[in-house]
Design a binder for this molecule. Structure first.
Ligand SMILES: Cc1cc2nc3c(=O)[nH]c(=O)nc-3n(C[C@H](O)[C@H](O)[C@H](O)COP(=O)(O)OP(=O)(O)OC[C@H]3O[C@@H](n4cnc5c(N)ncnc54)[C@H](O)[C@@H]3O)c2cc1C
Length: 548
């Protein structure tokens, strides 16, 4: 339960940076009953991103890379909600409303912003609609399912051109996450394709598109060359100094004018700021919050930012710190110590960290990297990669599970079962018994309902109590005004009989009315009609009161 008596440190974002902050705070403030550590994250688990690529290929199990936040942050009050707005002037955070209609308002004394970034898919035409992400567990699952689905389709497809299109996989972005993911995709499709009698392995194309002259530009040139040679030997085609220009359901258009027939475009081509943070009245550098050396937001003392969402200058080079987990974790520890310093009235200390190096896995028993200045490549690098990341996994349980998965991968054939997880439905059916409230006046609008059967009454709260303004039956709809105007509900809808409805969520409704002009016109006319009827009713009501 949220407490109001204690001072609250509120951490927004339960990724690498947020978790590290909470853990360090818990350690430092353990036993302090006057301070509450609270964390808001939109999921109840944290994913270990460095191993996400291995989930795509099934080298490790689906749930092995995720850890419940409650297990790693036992001292914190966790709220699994989406942060919708941050009010720095009034020191409150507004989150999504969950099952209750009111949006919770969370006050804080100290605030930590660790909300990361989002994929920048808006920069390329069609990428938003047709591109695949590779950032969290859901993305890995969707991508894995897509690869298997395309192999299944290709196996029964007679049209050779269509089959080749289905068997061409394009990755845009030759940084660490892009290279690791495409290496695993390549291993997976080439290994699993042998189980499909009508798929000729020669038809498989795996293509890496990269804007720069060499992949993995953060590593020394010799290691980039090694990675390129290794991937090319494993039949990954390289398109360097080329960008993705546009994506359709059937093609990837590149800036060199070439068009790749494909049904799979994965992209790891940069990040865009979290919109919640973009709205803050603080200095930002390319969408990242500018902080001082102690990681505090200068305009708002008591507010800290870290990880991918913060613009932090390296103490030695003066360059921005890279957006990596290594840095986010250390920044989290520093922020926690500086919050403790603020509570105790001592001076904060600047953030200082020198990373131990960088590594990238290249699929099947190969990796490259530079660790403590030493360059490593091939299988020794791969062993080191596994040892380093395994040691960084949160908790012994996770470590045991991953070790078992790796062992099974050596002993058993690769699993290629498809998991049919449909995307969350945007139009759902709901049932209500007589006397239930479907929506309440004053609540935020998040659904529009279409009546399948039954009868409801629409009531408004007026001075002398409530009054019924309409009764609706099969075919009628309600809730559209709040969605259309983005305002709270203007009336309560209560069932008179048992009722079945179709509920359309806000995003679907807004997308439909934005693009389907006749639907928008129909809604606008209906709303005008309802507003006019409402006004007439009010006038009649006033006149009746005067007469009495
Ligand atoms: C595929 C992949 C592989 C990577 N491999 C490596 C690697 O090998 N080594 C390395 O050092 N780094 C790696 N990185 C980078 C590293 O994962 C990030 O730099 C690091 O996670 C940043 O931490 P963060 O806490 O700033 O953000 P994140 O870890 O992204 O955490 C942000 C959190 O905020 C939550 N959130 C966002 N918006 C809201 C909202 N409105 N309401 C509530 N919660 C919200 C998110 O759900 C998330 O849990 C990799 C990244 C990816 C995508």
């Amino acid at each position: 339960m949220w407490s109001t008596a204690r001072k609250r440190i509120l951490v927004l974002g339960g990724g690498c940076g947020g978790i590290s902050t909470v853990r360090a705070l818990h350690k430092a403030l353990h036993g302090r009953t006057d301070i509450e550590i609270a964390l808001v994250n939109q999921e109840n688990s944290v994913v270990f991103q460095p191993m996400l690529a291995e989930v795509i290929s099934g080298t490790i199990g689906l749930l092995t890379t995720v850890t419940p936040i409650r297990d790693v942050c036992p001292g914190a009050t966790l709220s699994v909600r989406t942060v919708e707005r941050i009010d720095l002037d009034n020191k409150v955070v507004i989150t999504s409303h969950g099952f209750r209609p009111e949006q919770p308002v969370l006050p804080y004394d100290y605030l930590v912003l660790a909300l990361g970034t989002l994929d920048n898919f808006g920069a390329v035409r069609g990428l938003q609609e047709h591109g695949l992400h590779c950032k969290n567990l859901g993305d890995a699952l969707v991508l894995r399912n897509r690869l298997i689905h395309l192999l299944e389709e290709a196996d029964i497809e007679q049209d050779a051109a269509l089959r080749r299109r289905m068997l061409t996989f394009v990755m845009a972005g030759g940084g660490f996450s892009g290279v690791e993911a495409i290496a695993e995709v390549n291993d997976f499709v080439r290994d699993v394709a042998r189980r499909y009698p009508h798929v000729d392995p020669a038809e498989l194309r795996v293509i890496l598109v990269h804007a720069g002259p060499r992949i993995l530009p953060e590593l020394p040139a010799s290691l980039s060359r090694y990675a390129q040679t290794m991937l090319t030997r494993r039949k990954v085609e390289m398109r360097l100094q080329t960008r993705l220009a546009a994506v359709t359901a059937d093609e990837a258009h590149l800036t060199d004018g070439s068009v790749l027939p494909t049904k799979t475009v994965i992209a790891t081509i940069g990040a865009t700021p979290n919109p919640v943070l973009l709205a803050l009245p603080c200095q930002q550098e390319r969408g990242r919050l500018v902080v001082n050396a102690a990681l505090e937001v200068p305009e708002y003392p008591g507010v800290w930012a870290l990880g991918d969402c913060a613009h932090i200058l390296d103490h030695k080079t003066g360059q921005p710190c890279p957006p990596t987990a290594q840095y986010a974790v250390r920044e989290g520890t520093r922020v926690a110590r500086n919050i403790v310093a603020a509570i105790e009235g001592t001076a904060p200390r600047p953030f200082a960290f020198s990373d131990w190096g960088m590594m990238s896995a290249l699929g099947h028993r190969a990796a490259v990297g530079q660790v403590l200045g030493i360059r490593v490549s091939g299988w020794p690098a791969w062993v080191l990669w596994r040892a380093v990341y395994w040691s960084k996994l949160p908790g012994v349980t996770r470590q045991c599970r991953i070790a078992l998965d790796w062992l099974c991968r050596v002993l058993l054939p690769r699993d290629y079962a498809q998991l049919n997880v449909a995307p969350s439905e945007r139009i759902t059916r709901a049932h209500f018994e007589a006397g239930e409230v479907i929506m309440r006046q004053g609540d935020p609008g998040d659904l529009m309902d279409v009546m399948i059967d039954g009868e409801v009454e629409v009531v408004q709260q007026a001075e002398g109590g409530e009054r019924v303004v309409a009764t609706l039956t099969r075919g009628a709809w309600f809730g559209e005004i709040a969605l259309f105007n983005e305002e709270p509900r203007s009336a309560t809808v209560r069932t008179r009989t048992s009722v079945n409805v179709l509920s359309v969520d806000r995003r679907t409704f807004q997308t439909l009315v934005a693009h389907l002009a006749p639907l928008r016109d129909a809604f606008e006319r209906l709303m005008q009609h309802r507003e006019a009827a409402d006004q007439a009713r009010c006038q009649q009501h006033e006149q009746e009161q005067v007469v009495f």
